[in-house]
Ligand binder design. Structure first.
Ligand SMILES: *Cc1c(COP(=O)(O)O)cnc(C)c1O
Length: 366
């Protein structure tokens, strides 16, 4: 039996009629861009992550751009983030006239290592972007402390972590600015591209709302040049339906992770994901370290199990970042993660029998 990495068909099979009705409502109201459904979803999402303000936008990537603009990033500035992430976290920095600096990760959580942060800071650094990778929150306390002491802004990249908690507080409300992606495969996914920025300051939220809509103050009055980064009504309607299920789905992901943990904790050659004492993760991905990773991955795929690698080539070793001139070996934990990580299938609907099948195939491959 085939087991996909994520199963969006199983989800639609359960809530399809609600989704279809929500889409139909938007079509009948012809509220395709912005409008009451977008507003309602923004309010519901802000409440979900205990954020003061939420601004819907066209993707997690445009959310990052808006947040960096709100933080005042521009020509000559530097932005610190991790190299063990999807390229969207970093790629908008250079077009803004700024430069990226990478910090190594904590090998337990795969998130930014606060102990390495100080050494990466220069007087030009104006923002730090920790990533709550795989749905596990970064250690925000020490990161915020270091940043505040220097007047540096912190932006959470929460694209993989809708609903995760740090010391009991929801991600998206921890640093004053946070970005979310609703790419279809994310824990909360649209039926196309969509994203959100959350903000503590009303002023910054309004600026981002305006920037996302051509710098508009009112219909044909523009305060500044902006972008077309708006959220579609149909996507907002779909997301608003799904948001009602998100808590339950995240609970199901934790159930699945626990079942994997129990079956894999004593398997030699496998390291199961660790959960920091401060963290309540949401398992966007269930990522193990495994000896002979590429061989194991191929063996699983031959058995019809769609495992994955997130991410095989760290950003600083990508052709796209050659211009930074960072040599191999300079971010050792990031590079080791690239060699060892393996993502096993996880989604709320995954059954115990499917997990058993993955574990059996994995043990055989070892
Ligand atoms: C998905 C993702 C993004 C980008 O989101 P898009 O909606 O695809 O633009 C940014 N950062 C991380 C960590 C992601 O996983």
């Amino acid at each position: 039996m085939q087991i996909p990495l994520v199963d969006l068909k199983a989800q639609y099979a359960k809530i399809g009629s609600e989704i279809d009705a929500a889409i139909s409502e938007v079509i009948h109201a012809t509220a395709f861009i912005g409008g009451p459904v977008v507003k309602r979803f923004e309010q519901n999402f802000a409440r979900f992550c205990s954020a003061q303000h939420a601004v819907g936008c066209s993707s997690g990537t445009s959310a990052l751009h808006l947040a960096l603009l709100a933080a005042g990033i521009g020509e000559g500035d530097e932005v610190v983030t991790v190299s063990h992430t999807f390229i969207a976290t970093a790629e908008i920095v250079r077009p803004m006239g700024a430069r990226v600096r990478f910090v190594d990760i904590d090998p337990d959580t795969f998130c930014m290592d606060p102990a390495q942060l100080e050494a990466a800071l220069t007087p030009k650094v104006k923002a730090i972007i920790p990533v709550h990778i795989y749905g596990h929150p970064a250690d925000m306390g020490p990161i915020l402390e270091i940043a505040r002491a220097r007047g540096i802004r912190v932006i959470e990249d929460a694209a993989q972590a809708h609903g995760a908690k740090y010391h009991g507080k929801a991600v998206g409300s921890l640093a004053g600015l946070a970005t979310f992606s609703f790419y279809p495969g994310k824990n909360l996914g649209a039926y196309g591209d969509a994203g959100m920025v959350t903000a503590e300051s009303a002023e910054e939220a309004e600026r981002m709302r305006s920037l996302s809509n051509h710098g508009r103050a009112e219909k044909y009055l523009h305060n500044e040049e902006g972008y077309n980064y708006r959220l579609d009504g149909i996507q907002a309607a779909i997301l608003d339906v799904k948001l009602r299920y998100l808590e339950r789905w995240n609970e199901e992901r934790r159930r699945a992770a626990k079942q994997y943990d129990e079956r894999l904790k004593n398997v030699s050659g496998v390291t199961i994901p660790k959960v920091a004492s401060y963290a309540e993760p949401v398992y966007h991905l269930y990522v193990i370290r495994v000896a002979g990773r590429d061989r194991v991955l191929n063996a699983l795929r031959e058995q019809g199990i769609d495992a994955g690698i997130h991410y095989p080539v760290p950003l600083h070793m990508q052709p796209a970042y050659k211009y930074l001139g960072i040599r191999e070996g300079s971010l050792p934990e990031t590079e080791r993660a690239g060699r060892e990580v393996l993502s096993l299938p996880i989604y709320p609907e995954i059954t115990e029998a499917q997990i058993d099948q993955v574990v059996t195939a994995l043990k055989a491959a070892l």
